[in-house]
Write a protein of this length. Structure first.
Length: 88
């Protein structure tokens, strides 16, 4: 092993390259997650000129409550009561 020089910076370079690969994987996962979230949203309401906001494609509590009422999971009295609670 003549001529081989081990420096502490060799270990630092390894750590930095591992961190760069982790960063690349995280960015790819975020892109995939955002693409999947977009696939689940309603494409009729897209505003490609500018995004609507962070809750784009997500349902709020009133929408979920309406869906439960339409499906028959809750009755009219429960719907009115829960809607009144949510609007406060």
């Amino acid at each position: 092993m003549y001529g081989y020089y081990y420096s502490p910076f060799h270990f630092l370079g390894t750590i930095i390259s591992i961190l760069v690969w982790i960063l690349i994987v995280v960015i790819i996962l975020k892109i995939i997650r955002r693409a999947r979230r977009c696939d689940k949203c309603d494409h009729d309401h897209h505003d490609w000129q500018g995004f609507v906001g962070k809750n784009w494609g997500r349902k709020n509590a009133i929408d979920i409550l309406k869906e439960r009422y339409v499906k028959g999971e809750i009755n009219k009295e429960e719907f009115d009561s829960k809607k009144k609670d949510l609007e406060m």
